[in-house]
Design a protein. Structure first.
Length: 251
């Protein structure tokens, strides 16, 4: 569905909120507490390096707080912010400081943090520009913003691997990359999660316009543990599933 058409629906905030409340248990069982190899082998190490040395960190959309706890173990004061009460209840029980709010209206003073983390969240969020403006506001000058996304090139609606029987080869079909779109994707049996597709330029230009300067970009290959889980995953070794963007808040 076209993103602007979706935003015209009066019930869209409830649709997104309810999807994460309903699926909180599924997420926690499948992606936290050491259950997901990509988090263990790739995401957690990237987070530790990317925000290493920061003292006051906001984990925006942090769910059960697993990444905030990694940073807290390294000595940072961390806050997990999420719009899902079910996620934050688990985060609190697991030892994280939590705040129930949305990324488009952060309940913090200007310059409250020297680090902000958003991991695999903005591709599920409609209010991109509002969230980026709030991130820039709560970051102190020189503060770091680590943004991790499912790579937009792989999240284009209609994209996927195509087996060409006649040519005897497999290739990646790219959908309408430049069009902003939102889909409720069935990521597991009866588990529907919203995915908002945007071209990479929307993230980069949106951040730059709000004083967030890109200092490094990473497109890491899938980690070995992920590739080893199934024979068909061998085909994705040359495709980056993850996009990592490192920003600094300009003075």
């Amino acid at each position: 569905m076209d993103l602007e058409a979706f935003r015209s629906l009066p019930e869209w905030p409830m649709i997104l909120r309810d999807s994460w409340e309903t699926n909180a248990g599924w997420w926690q069982a499948g992606f936290t507490e050491g259950s997901d190899v990509e988090y263990e082998e790739q995401i957690k190490p990237i987070v530790r390096v990317g925000l290493g040395g920061a003292h006051r960190i906001l984990d925006l959309g942090g769910g059960d707080g697993q990444l905030a706890r990694v940073l807290a173990a390294d000595g940072a004061s961390t806050v997990v912010l999420d719009s899902s009460a079910a996620q934050l209840q688990t985060a609190h029980h697991r030892g994280s400081s939590v705040v129930l709010a949305t990324g488009a209206a952060l309940p913090f003073r200007d310059g409250s943090f020297d680090g902000v983390l958003i991991c695999l969240v903005l591709e599920h969020v409609v209010e991109l520009d509002e969230v980026l403006a709030e991130v820039a506001r709560v970051l102190e000058p020189g503060g770091r913003f680590l943004l991790m996304l499912n790579h937009p090139i792989l999240q284009t609606p209609g994209s996927g691997f195509i087996d060409d029987v006649d040519l005897g080869e497999q290739y990646w079909r790219l959908g309408p990359y430049l069009r902003e779109d939102i889909q409720m994707e069935e990521v597991d049996a009866q588990i529907f999660v919203p995915f908002v597709h945007r071209p990479l330029s929307r993230y980069l230009n949106g951040a730059s316009a709000r004083g967030l300067m890109l200092v490094r970009m990473e497109e890491p290959p899938p980690p070995p543990g992920f590739v080893a889980r199934a024979e068909e995953y061998l085909q994705v070794q040359e495709y980056p599933r993850l996009l990592v963007l490192h920003f600094e808040r300009r003075p």
